[in-house]
Design a protein around this ligand. Structure first.
Ligand SMILES: [Zn+2]
Length: 97
């Protein structure tokens, strides 16, 4: 098990910081080097089925733990039910009826 812990040095795709990681355990994002966007992602930010050519040329880029944490926090904030409840209340002001 311990012989799997080979650490390598790479650059985080998100923040461009150089960091050490274990290739077998690091979070990676699959990028299309031609568009410089995650595989299947369009410039408009929507997702579409990647072409076989895009899949063939795609590369996996490592993402550092800080950026993974930030992505998780962002996702949690987006999913948080209290936020949706506040939005719902704001859209329906109390008119006292
Ligand atoms: Zn990073």
């Amino acid at each position: 098990m311990a012989d799997e812990q080979i650490t390598t040095i790479g650059r985080c795709h998100v923040c461009k910081r150089t960091f050490g990681f274990t290739p077998a355990r690091v979070m990676k994002v699959t990028m299309d080097p031609v568009t410089n966007l995650p595989l299947g992602m369009t410039v408009a930010g929507t997702f579409r089925e990647p072409t076989p050519e895009a899949v063939a040329r795609s590369v996996e880029e490592p993402v550092c733990a800080d950026c993974v944490d930030r992505a998780k926090e962002f996702k949690e904030a987006m999913d948080a039910p209290p936020l949706r409840f506040e939005t719902w209340r704001a859209e329906r002001p109390d008119r006292g009826d």
